[in-house]
Design a protein around this ligand. Structure first.
Ligand SMILES: *[C@@H]1O[C@H](CO)[C@@H](O)[C@H](O)[C@H]1NC(C)=O
Ligand SMILES: *[C@@H]1O[C@H](CO)[C@@H](O)[C@H](O)[C@H]1NC(C)=O
Ligand SMILES: *[C@@H]1O[C@H](CO)[C@@H](O)[C@H](O)[C@H]1NC(C)=O
Length: 320
C-alpha cells in the first residue's frame, strides 16, 4: 500500500499557481522570440529564429523599446544565448530551412558577442559547427568560461564548442536527446549545467532529465546514467528553463504555461503549473525564461513566447 499512497501524494502536490504577470513588450509584427539572457545592467538580450538581429529590451523602462544590438550577415535565425563571462555572450546562429525546420547544412555557427567594453559590441564568429543539424539551447559550463554546450535538437546530441580555440566536438549523444519523430519534431531543447549535473528538456519526448558530467582536460563528458525527473502534462511540451535561487526549475511549456519542478524530489518532481484560468496575461507558446538580476527583480522571471510576448512573472509567491 505504500507505493500507491506515495504516488497519490505526488499527484496531489501538483498545484495550479497564479502569480502577478505583466506584458513588458509585444514584439513588432509579432516576431517569434526564442531565447534571452539578462545583462549585468538588467537589460535583456533577445534572439529570434525569424531574424538575424539580436535585440535588447530594458524591462524596467516605462515604455520598453525593442532595440537593435547587432545584425549578423548570412544568417536567418538566432537561437540559444548564454553569458560566458560578465557581459560576454555565446549565440547560436544559422540559416534555417523553413521546409525541414533544420539548418541548411554547413551554416551552423557559434558567435561571441562582447558588450563588456561599453562601446559598440565586439562580434566575432567563434566556431563553425559543420555537422550541426539544428542547435537550439545553449549552456555555459561553470568554471570553464571558454566552453559552451549546444543542444542539437534534430540530431539528438550535445556539442561542446570552445569559444577561444574554435574547437568543436560531441560531448554526449544518447537516445534520450533525440526526438521520437523526424524534424520538425524537437528533441533536446533547453540545457543547463548546475552542480556537476547537466539538466535538459526533450520537447517531443516531454521529459525533464539530468545526468552527471565530468570535466577532464577541458572536455565535458557524460559520467553517469540519465535520470528522468519529470514529464510534461497532457499534450504539453517543455522548451527552455531556468533555476531559481532555491533550486526550483521553471520550464517554458507549450502551448500556454510554465511548469515548476523541484529536482531534489525523486521520481516526478513536478510542483505545479502556472497561468491557471483567470491569470491576467495569456501565455502564447512560451519559449524560454530567465530571472532578473539583483534587487527587486531577482524573483522576476522574464519569459519570451513564439507570439512575440516578453512577459514578467513575479514568482515571490512561491516562497509563501
Ligand atoms: C496537469 O495540469 C492541470 C492544470 O494545472 C492539473 O490540474 C493536473 O493536476 C496536472 N496533472 C499532473 C499529472 O500534474
Ligand atoms: C556571406 O556569404 C557570401 C556568399 O556565400 C560570401 O561571399 C560572404 O563572404 C559572406 N559574408 C560573411 C560576412 O560571412
Ligand atoms: C530545404 O529543404 C528542402 C527539402 O529537403 C529542399 O528541397 C530545399 O532545397 C532546402 N532549401 C535550402 C535553402 O537548403
Amino acid at each position: 500500500m505504500l507505493l500507491p499512497l506515495l504516488l497519490s501524494l505526488v499527484v496531489c502536490a501538483a498545484a495550479s499557481f497564479t502569480f502577478p504577470t505583466r506584458l513588458v513588450l509585444q514584439s513588432p509584427g509579432g516576431l517569434f522570440l526564442e531565447n534571452l539572457a539578462v545583462r549585468p545592467n538588467g537589460k535583456l538580450l533577445i534572439t529570434s529564429p525569424e531574424s538575424s538581429t539580436l535585440h535588447m529590451v530594458d524591462p524596467t523602462a516605462p515604455n520598453p523599446t525593442f532595440d537593435e544590438v547587432h545584425t549578423f550577415r548570412n544568417v536567418t535565425a538566432l537561437l540559444g544565448i548564454a553569458e560566458v563571462k560578465p557581459d560576454v555572450y555565446g549565440i547560436i546562429a544559422l540559416v534555417l530551412n523553413d521546409t525541414t525546420i533544420t539548418a541548411v547544412p554547413g551554416t551552423v555557427a557559434i558567435w561571441r558577442v562582447d558588450l563588456s567594453l561599453g562601446g559598440p559590441p565586439m562580434v566575432n564568429k567563434a566556431a563553425n559547427v559543420p555537422d550541426g543539424m539544428f542547435l537550439d539551447g545553449l549552456s555555459t559550463v561553470p568554471g570553464e568560461p571558454d566552453l559552451v554546450l549546444g543542444a542539437d535538437t534534430a540530431a539528438g546530441r550535445i556539442w561542446q564548442i570552445n569559444l577561444q580555440t574554435g574547437g568543436v566536438r560531441i560531448a554526449a549523444q544518447d537516445d534520450a536527446f533525440a526526438p521520437d519523430a523526424p524534424a520538425p519534431a524537437f528533441g533536446i531543447n533547453g540545457l543547463h549545467v548546475r552542480g556537476g549535473d547537466l539538466y535538459f528538456t526533450n520537447s517531443q519526448k516531454k521529459t525533464f532529465s539530468r545526468f552527471p558530467i565530468s570535466l577532464r582536460g577541458g572536455n565535458v563528458a557524460q559520467a553517469g546514467p540519465i535520470e528522468v525527473l519529470g514529464s510534461a502534462n497532457g499534450t504539453d511540451q517543455f522548451d527552455d528553463f531556468a533555476f531559481d535561487s532555491a533550486g526550483r526549475v521553471w520550464a517554458a511549456t507549450l502551448p500556454d504555461t510554465l511548469t515548476v519542478l523541484f529536482p531534489p524530489v525523486q521520481g516526478n518532481s513536478m510542483l505545479g503549473q502556472l497561468n491557471a484560468p483567470g491569470s491576467p496575461v495569456v501565455f502564447n507558446s512560451p519559449t524560454s525564461v530567465t530571472f532578473g538580476r539583483g534587487g527587486v527583480v531577482q524573483h522576476t522571471l522574464y519569459m519570451t513566447t513564439q507570439a512575440g510576448q516578453l512577459i514578467a512573472v513575479d514568482t515571490t509567491g512561491i516562497r509563501a
